[in-house]
Design a protein around this ligand. Structure first.
Ligand SMILES: NCc1[nH]cc(CCC(=O)O)c1CC(=O)O
Length: 299
């Protein structure tokens, strides 16, 4: 998936800036190597810290990340900037069932592979009769485990499956009001060194203003709530035809029984993310997050 993402950026550079020569350096991060629980590794930074170090050391000049894998509770690492957000791909999660049975029709006890607390909590909310079983590894390895019969079904991001050429395995996507996506879902971000003006300009030229505004709204909310990799937080910002942005966000207890849900509209993405965070906190979001944190540390 990471290679497909980098290839896309390389193609965009070749199309828009024919004079620029780009060379791909692929890296494996501790998050890729470690197959246990991500919280045991100290959270989502597992996918970014080695890459941040290579960028700051000048081994690479431009980094392509899934926004979803970039920690949301802290600013970009000192000396680096997120200089461009690419136009968003499909933001939805997909249901994959080898026999093609839709999620609303599978029998109680159906074993569903996912480790994302956001997905687990929303399964509890809408489909409490399903049996969630943890799964790790990249999407290809998860598909292999589905084929091996270790799971009856999987939930995976549509965009990720598209990128690895496996979209035909999708039984159906889940609608965004039922399974609210992850903050930054389907969005790639270009990170570079703060003082590297030339690469910053290049990254900005590939960026999409809408993706920037929507991601900023979602991540402002996430930052204020101080969400981590075990926070059951879901959010989706969308630009309306009148230019305002709508941000819908949900914080769900791990069992799916307690939900804070907010939807606001503003023109300014920072104001919007802040307003939604305040509304969620008024509904008890901090208590739900503290409960989720306790549940994950005892799991
Ligand atoms: N959690 C890992 C991850 N990070 C980004 C994507 C997919 C692409 C995206 O949503 O941006 C995935 C796979 C998945 O959740 O199925």
């Amino acid at each position: 998936m990471a290679l497909a993402q980098v290839d896309r950026v390389k193609a965009m550079l070749a199309a828009g800036h024919p004079g620029v020569r780009a060379e791909v350096l692929s890296m494996t991060t501790s998050g890729d190597r470690w197959q246990g629980s991500l919280s045991a590794l100290g959270g989502k930074g597992a996918f970014t810290k080695e890459v941040d170090a290579a960028l700051l050391a000048g081994e690479v000049d431009l980094v392509v990340h899934c926004v979803k894998d970039v920690p949301g509770d802290r600013p970009a690492p000192a000396g680096t900037v997120m200089a461009g957000y690419l136009a968003r791909d499909d933001v939805r999660d997909a249901w994959l069932h080898p026999a093609g049975v839709p999620i609303d029709q599978v029998p109680p006890g159906t074993v569903v592979g996912t480790s994302a607390v956001r997905r687990i909590a929303q399964i509890g909310l809408h489909w409490p009769h399903l049996n969630v079983k943890p799964i790790r590894g990249n999407a290809n390895r998860r598909l292999a485990k589905l084929d091996a019969g270790e799971y009856d079904a999987l939930l995976l991001a549509v965009s990720g499956l598209d990128r690895i050429g496996e979209a035909d395995r999708i039984t159906h996507p889940l609608d965004v009001d039922t399974m609210v996506p992850a903050v930054g879902a389907g969005t790639l971000v270009l990170q570079c060194r703060e003082d590297d003006v030339a690469v910053r300009e290049l990254a900005a030229s590939l960026g999409d203003a809408r993706a920037w505004a929507e991601t900023t709204a979602e991540r402002t909310m996430l930052h204020i709530l101080q969400g981590s990799c075990h926070s059951p937080i879901a959010a989706l910002a969308r630009t309306e035809p009148d230019g305002r942005i709508g941000l819908r966000a949900r914080v769900i207890s791990p069992d799916g029984k307690t939900v804070a849900d907010a939807h606001e509209w503003e023109r300014d993405p920072v104001l919007l993310g802040t307003a939604v965070a305040v509304s969620l906190m008024r509904q008890g979001a901090r208590e739900i997050l503290a409960e989720a944190e306790r549940a994950s540390s005892t799991a």
